[in-house]
Structures are given as C-alpha cells and as structure tokens.
Design a protein around this ligand. Structure first.
Ligand SMILES: Cc1ncc(COP(=O)(O)O)c(C=O)c1O
Length: 379
C-alpha cells in the first residue's frame, strides 16, 4: 500500500467552503481572493508583453527588471538594501517562496516555532522536511504574542521561527516592539526566520508595516516572502518573491531551481513596469481600509463582536452572543441557511481551538459586502 508522507492532510477548508458557497449560491466571504478586477493598466501590460514575444523561460532568479524594482521599493519603504542580482528571487507565489525557505533551512529533528492561528502552508512544509513544529497559541481578540513564552520555547534544536504580519487570519500586525523582542530572542543564536509579509501593503489606520528587514539583525537571518497576488488583486497569477541575504538566497535558489525553476515570464515584465509608478502600491492601504469599513459599517448593528482588522483582507468576528455552536458547524450552517460563507478560525489551529470566531474576507465588491452585512445583521 502506498504510504502517505502527509497522512493527516485532506482538502483544505478553503476549497470546501468555496465549493459549499457555490453549491448554495452563497456570498463567498470565505476564501481570501478579491472578486473584482485588477487595474486595467496592469492587464494591458500583461497583454502587451505576451504579444510582443516575452513568452519563454524567465531566468531562474526572475526577470532582472522586476528584481530591480522590488529592490528599489524595499529600499524606499523600509530603508533596507537587497542586491537585486543575489538577494531577490521571483517565485511562483509566496507559497513557493515559503516552502523553499523552509526546505532550505529545516532538517530532520529541527524545531520550528509556529504561531497559531497559522496560514495552512507552513506545517506541511515543516513536516516534509522532518521538522518539529513548536506551537505558540495566540488568542482572540487581540492575538498578541507573549515574547516571554516564545523565549521559554527556544531550545538548542530551534532552527526557525515563522512570523506573519499583517496576519492571516486575525488581521493583527506586528508593532515595533514585536520586532525588537524578536530580535533579542534570535540574537547570538543560529535561528532563521520566515517573514510571511504577503499583506505588507494591506495595512490600516495609518499603521506602518513592520517588515523584518527594518531591523538589520533580523534582516541577516530572514527570508522575507511577498506576493503580487495579494497586492494587486491577481491571486491567479501566482507571482511572489523572496528577499534574503546572499548566503541564504544561494540555498533558497537551490530549492526554487528544482521546484519550479522559473515563473510566468510576461507577468514579470508587466509587474516590473507597473511598479515604476509608486502610486500603484501606495494607494492599496486606503483602498482596502475603505473595504474593511464598508463591511464593518454593514455589520455595525449586528450581534457580532469585533475589533477592527489592522491589516490583511480579513475581519474576525465573535458570534458568542448569538450561539454556542462549534465554529466549523456554524460556518457551514450560515452558508447553507443564510447564504454567507466564512471560514471558522479553529481550522488555523492544529488542535482546532474553537473560540466562536469566524473570519470574513472583505476583498469583495461593495455590493457583496453590503448584502452580506445586511443578512448577517438579521441574526
Ligand atoms: C498569510 C499568507 N501567506 C501566503 C499566502 C500565499 O500567497 P500566494 O498566493 O502568493 O502563494 C497567502 C494566501 O492566502 C496568505 O494568506
């Protein structure tokens, strides 16, 4: 009999909930993807490059112009220098970058600190490398990290810490203090970091994104993974990237080279051109803050409780005032009975911690958000 290397993995909840939403004609606020179009200018650029012959393999490390634009942007926004030739790599979405970073670093028996709730791609990658996840549980409503607890979990076997800011599914973000505490913990230790920063431009209320690269000591140990899919409403293009110091990038590229080798060429040229206009990314925070507010206003009179999301395109709400049903059952019930799909946050915990909290994705057109809010307010 075939022996599975990941015996406990099945279909993701995102696939399940999206399928259920389609089956019941529900408004789909479950899976994290925008239901509106990307900027016509970006689409035009994609067409232009694909019709003008940019259709063969891109370089393994990514198209030079795109690496250069990313390097410039990161310098401008965070004051961090990455050499575009040796320290920036274009990947097939952030998912590939995260996998390659983990695979390049973690060996059998190494411990990896994972904060839960956690995005679902981290654990299978750790598992496949023979790594041992060491969980730190974050709790509703603010999901703050207790750095003393993190310190107590560090062992001689700790090889990696995975952090995600702005955070999926909670909408929390790192503060400068979080960055400083993390830097203290990894100082003088052989511990590396994955910074999952795919929502770097989706941050609200004037907060600034605290990238791991803002701290020079963290920068030296970090694989910072990003995603154009999230920033420019093109999740289907699957173009991401990884910033890492040269020594780490060399190892990262060894994995990337045989995982995908290279990534969709015309899109890389289109994105490089599009990034030349900084307004294209500087306008993203206010664009999504407005969407968050449309959703929050639409559920303001409901019995749900919430703290406004600080970043990402997700809003967590507690339904403890409405029912004591289990969150997975409740999410399914709402999809079937009132036609609004969400994600139960217990799925982001390995022990399926049920805090009576649902995650709604507000990367949707206003009409969908308002309609969903109207229905949810009747509960
Ligand atoms: C926290 C987080 N990291 C990584 C990804 C994956 O990004 P990509 O679609 O670029 O692979 C997602 C997508 O949902 C995400 O939410």
């Amino acid at each position: 009999m075939f022996k599975s290397k990941l015996p406990n993995l099945g279909t993701t909840i995102f696939t399940t909930m999206s399928a259920l939403a389609a089956e019941h004609g529900a408004l789909n606020l479950s899976q994290g993807f925008p239901n509106f179009a990307a900027d016509p200018e970006l689409l035009r650029l994609l067409g232009e490059y694909s019709t003008h012959g940019f259709n063969q393999y891109a370089p393994m490390t990514g198209v030079r112009e795109l690496r250069e634009q990313l390097s410039l942007k990161t310098k401008k926004l965070y004051g961090a220098h990455y050499d575009s030739e040796t320290e920036v790599t274009i990947s097939s979405g952030a998912t590939e970058a995260i996998f390659a970073a983990i695979a390049a670093t973690v060996s059998a028996g190494d411990e990896v600190i994972v904060f839960e709730p956690a995005y679902d791609s981290y654990l299978p990658a750790i598992d496949l490398c023979g790594g041992i996840p060491v969980y730190i549980t974050l709790h509703y409503p603010d999901f703050q990290i207790d750095w003393d607890l993190v310190k107590s979990k560090i062992s001689p076997k700790t090889k990696m810490i995975i952090v995600n800011t702005p955070h999926n599914p909670t909408g929390s973000v790192f503060s400068e203090n979080d960055i400083n505490e993390l830097a203290k913990i990894v100082a003088d230790r052989d511990i590396y970091l994955v910074g999952d920063e795919v929502y770097e431009h989706i941050i609200f209320d004037g907060l600034s994104h605290q990238s791991l690269c803002t701290n020079s000591a963290l920068k030296e140990k970090s694989f910072i993974c990003g995603s154009f899919g999230k920033t420019f409403h093109i999740t289907g293009w699957k173009i991401g990237y990884c910033f890492a110091p040269k020594e780490l990038s060399v190892e990262f590229r060894k994995i990337h080279q045989y995982l995908t080798f290279s990534t969709f060429t015309p899109a890389q040229y289109a994105l490089a051109k599009y990034l030349e206009n900084e307004n294209n990314y500087l306008s993203i925070p206010s664009f999504y803050q407005r969407k968050r507010d449309v959703f929050l206003e639409s559920i303001a009179g409901s019995r749900f409780e919430f703290i406004p999301s600080k970043g990402s395109f997700f809003q967590n709400v507690s339904y403890a005032n409405i029912t004591d049903a289990n969150d997975a059952e409740y999410a399914i019930q709402l999809t079937k009975t009132i036609g609004v799909a969400s994600i139960p946050t217990s799925v982001f915990y390995h022990q399926k911690l049920d805090q009576k909290v649902l995650r709604f994705c507000f990367a949707k057109d206003d009409e969908t958000l308002q309609k969903a809010g109207e229905i949810l307010s009747k509960l």
